[in-house]
Design a protein around this ligand. Sequence first.
Ligand code: S3P
Length: 445
Amino acid sequence: MKKFFKINKTIKPFKKVIKVEGDKSLSIRWVLLASLSQKKSIAYNLLKSEDVLSALDCIKKLGSKVKFIKNRCEVKGTGFKYKIKKNLILNAGNSGTLGRLILGLLINQNKKIKLIGDKSLSKRDFSRVINPLKKFGAKFESKKNKLPLVIKGLESPKSINYIENRGSAQVKSSVIFAALKTNGTSTIKAKPSRSHSELLLKYLKVPIKVKRINNYDLIKVKGINKIQNLNYKIPGDISSCAFFIVLTVLSKNSELLIKNININPSRTGIIEILKKMGASIKMMNKKNYKGEKIADIRVKSSKNLKAINCPTNLNSSAIDEFLVIFLVAAKAKGISVFKNLSELNHKESPRLIWGSKILKLMGIKNEITNSSIKIYGNSTISVKKNIIIKNYLKDHRIFMMCTIAALTFGGRWEISDVNSVKTSFPSFLKILKNIDYNFNKFSRK
Ligand code: S3P
């Protein structure tokens, strides 16, 4: 039997200070990089979500030792060669980032390793990493480039030149990680995407150079055979923060301060987009931390939201936030247009299709193609219907989008698979309860 989460009231005005959990991209990268060092690495505030726990499980199977002491996670890695047992199976769970990045790190292992994932991940395309990793010399067995797949790396992978044209940080990072394990220098020309891998490797003094030339990042990575340990305090995740930014923007007379968020410019597209739409958002107390940028984000309710013709150069830096950006467009005056977003249909669920479907269920007119959506905004709209959301491949961001929609547009919602939040943001509902004490009275499983 499916459990449905019900919401039938909008949220009351609030003024609060909150924290969200550690950044998912940085947490997974920390786990993988820590596995490469023979010395102990320590992380504070590592995101304890299912995706990150899957990453820890994978590195344990590859020979790393993992220990949690309250908010502190310690990893003692194996060094550049993992200890591979016969018939090893790694499970990436729901995580495309883990599945794709770990394949890069397996490039120098010449035993067969099987990679599996859950139902959602098994529908996603792996040719995007299989193709470049084959250039390094790896061999693959798979059906239609999907999971489950088998990788067999080689003792001495060759360095490569590669052009990454999707603006995918997962592909770029997988290639960079594989390049570390070669004897030469690899060159990757990549459409800009989140830059955490490059920044962490620079901080670790790995020979990596990045130059922005004509809207591409030219990345040169030299192979190495060992790496320092990485001690790191993981800042809050802007992709989790996004749900609360939009909750505040769309609520009446409300204000929120969200502390200690990673504001790497390759991640702050949502702030730029919402500001262009008239939202009141400020980044305060900016700090640098080990190559990354961190700030507190202050957001207030916004009365006069206007539609946007969203500049496509912001797509990659807001890629995980479009579902909630669409909610803002639904309440903005005018017609908003978002283009070149075919990648959204390659996420944990086909999100462009789902975004459109959910808006339609709410009574918000919109038109989609394979790669774009046009949303007819209505600043006075409130939803009065019954809305049931199910069979969405347990996509955590769909669940959270619907919760925010219910709390700001109204309607009587029943959303299945509440546990999907555990993928990226286990404390999502607890934070909502902290914002509105009545939340548990109008929501139940
Ligand atoms: C991620 C990159 C993005 C993003 C994903 C996390 C990462 O995917 O959607 O949630 O940590 O590298 P793509 O790189 O495939 O766009």
